[in-house]
Design a protein around this ligand. Sequence first.
Ligand code: 4NP
Length: 170
Amino acid sequence: MNNPEKVRVLFCCLGNICRSPTAHGVLQHLVDRRGLADRVLVDSCGTGHWHVGEAPDARAAAEAARRGYDLGDLRARQVCPADFDAFDYILAMDRANLADLEAMRPATFAGHLGLLLEFSEGVAVDEVPDPYHGGDDGFSHVLDLVERASEGLLAALAREGRLDDAHSQQ
Ligand code: 4NP
């Protein structure tokens, strides 16, 4: 099936400075590397307002850079009602984020609102733990979980025919 509509993916955590910008950078990297930039739009946000306008946490940016992902252009923003019109997939990092999003969800939202790790195969956990108050290994764990789920998300979109395009390569 050839689907001309871009798939719009929004990642959401609490602060939009650690987990969701990491997911944003990883999925954007995969999308760009696979020639899918005209098929998939990626963005991220937080449920909280505290870090709006800030660059990603230096620890998240460093771990991402170590693995080849550039988070340098990302700036935190807070989720808003219009996001439910603008995105097809809204993926939360943990259940608290998901509960906050469910409370905002308009009855008209026809997209997919769920946890990012639903798209990970063979992973025993369903939440990406908040690394903000912990050590550097927490950021490495976030990257491990996010890389796997991002591959799973692209595989799921491919199975649904959402990536079909003359330019797409798996
Ligand atoms: P994030 O991490 O939700 O992955 O961006 C956090 C960032 C900041 C805070 C908590 C979590 N905070 O309490 O300021």
